[in-house]
Write a new protein. Sequence first.
Length: 256
Amino acid sequence: MGENHTLFIVDDDKVILRYLKTFFTKGGWNVETFYSAKEILERVKTKKPSLIVTDLDMPEMDGIELIQNIKANPKFSDLAVLVMTSLHENHVRFQSFKAGAIHFVNKPINPYELEAAVRSILTQFSKITSELPKANAEQAVKKTAVESWIGEAEQIVLDNLTSSEFSLDELSAELHYSRSAVQKRIKQFTGLSVSKFIRSVRLEKSLEFMVDEENSIAQIAHLVGFKSHSYYTRCFKDYFGTDPVKKRRELLREAV
């Protein structure tokens, strides 16, 4: 497969870059490496790769910002992006996939695992499957199959946000997939279990309610489907690394 595909790999660690370039080149892949996200954004203007592999934790512009820049440009928005990182926080993973990443590989990198992920993406998920109607052509953004599927799953959770009982059973029914298929896909595409995926959607949405000072933390917990204030607070702290009150203060400061 490598003979007809070009990989762009970006990481601020030159040792990792040299290692991965040597590995993939020996496997017959065309590889270009970059030390910063800004370099790769300039390069895609003149050459379009089959897949971008990016580190997440980089100076100046991190991996999530890189993905957002790529997806915001209609010329490049169909590019598949794989994220590799040593950051394991659930909210980092979720933000990566919300930005448009379609796979996640943990560091330290196993090159054979990474190559298997690259092959899987290129054979299954990088083809464009849908576009918005021509009437909305000025807003049209091409999406990969993975982005579309994850987006649909997320929207279903949002549509059932206040239901604390919403779970795998309801999600699989609305997606028209078996329970096992939904579990496998969510885990494969986001690195999260179904319950953590649903919780992540709830917690991310709760940030929007925080900017309205009339909503108490207890009310916000209810609005996003948590049975109790205490459980919401515990999940929030596990997910964001801070409690809801401190996070709210931060958001309100930023909104000023």
